[in-house]
Design a protein around this ligand. Structure first.
Ligand SMILES: [Zn+2]
Ligand SMILES: [Zn+2]
Length: 259
């Protein structure tokens, strides 16, 4: 009997969430239609959704953000969303909001929260990238490495392929970062990064290309970004700089379209 009651409660809860979801979708559709005079209905629909569950305040937060509403208004909706949410998305969006507002301390606060609550690798990578612009090398290393360890723990299954790709990209970025700044290479982080090549061929291939083309002194203008740097070859034989190699990997060659 007790079980049945619990179940009924759960169904009711699920039903309400479903209504919240539908209202949120409806508001999104109205937003897409984008004709004048819609604002009031859009806000009202989002509000109805968020009254059902605070999670749906996310739609309102994003809407206010797009409409350049006043900041405390947006912050309030994000805080409600985060309080009622069980996933990392609104926290990352909130951090992104502060990034656009050029408020670094708040951005850091929410990226750290995403790491603390969800061990989110994207937040780790964003923090590493942020600290690299202010030359705080120890933090850069710490966060890239954290992300790599995190991504490595992701299973090699189809639904996780994006994260595997991220792992590979970040691994190479960190090796390049260490090379660029001539950091001490005889350390655990570097050894671990290189040893990741054993579990992922692409890291090995990249490292071998760097070694070979450095020997060949293949420094030239990159056909993508026009920087004069060390160029390495793609599968088709065309050459690009290391940064563009990392970015374009898995895409067809930008010059001849061979994959
Ligand atoms: Zn380039
Ligand atoms: Zn090509």
């Amino acid at each position: 009997m007790e079980n049945q009651q619990e179940q009924e409660y759960e169904y009711e809860y699920l039903g309400l969430m479903q209504i919240g979801y539908l209202l949120d979708k409806k508001a999104e559709e109205l937003e897409e239609e984008n004709y004048d005079g819609n604002e009031e209905i859009i806000v009202k629909t989002y509000e109805e959704a968020s009254e059902i569950c605070g999670y749906w305040a996310h739609g309102l937060a994003l809407y206010y953000e797009n409409q350049h509403y006043i900041i405390p208004f947006i912050e309030k909706q994000y805080l409600i969303t985060i309080e009622h949410s069980d996933n990392v998305k609104p926290i990352l969006n909130f951090a992104d909001f502060y990034k656009n507002e050029k408020c670094s301390s708040k951005m850091i606060e929410y990226l750290e929260l995403a790491i603390e609550k969800y061990q989110d690798s994207e937040a780790m990578i964003q923090l590493a990238a942020f600290y690299s612009t202010s030359d705080l090398h120890d933090y850069v290393k710490e966060y890239y490495f954290m992300a790599i360890e995190r991504c490595k723990s992701v299973p090699m299954k189809k639904q996780f392929l994006e994260q595997r790709k991220l792992f590979w990209n970040e691994n190479i970025k960190l090796i390049k970062y260490i090379d660029d700044y001539n950091w001490e290479k005889d350390n655990d982080i570097y050894r671990k990064l290189l040893s990741n090549g054993r579990t992922d061929d692409r890291i090995n291939i990249y490292n071998n290309k760097i070694r070979l083309f450095t020997k060949l002194n293949n420094i030239m203008e990159c056909g993508i970004c026009y920087e004069i740097e060390l160029n390495i070859d793609l599968k088709c034989g065309h050459c690009v700089c290391c940064n563009c190699y990392i970015i374009t990997n898995d895409d067809p060659c930008p010059f001849c379209r061979i994959k």
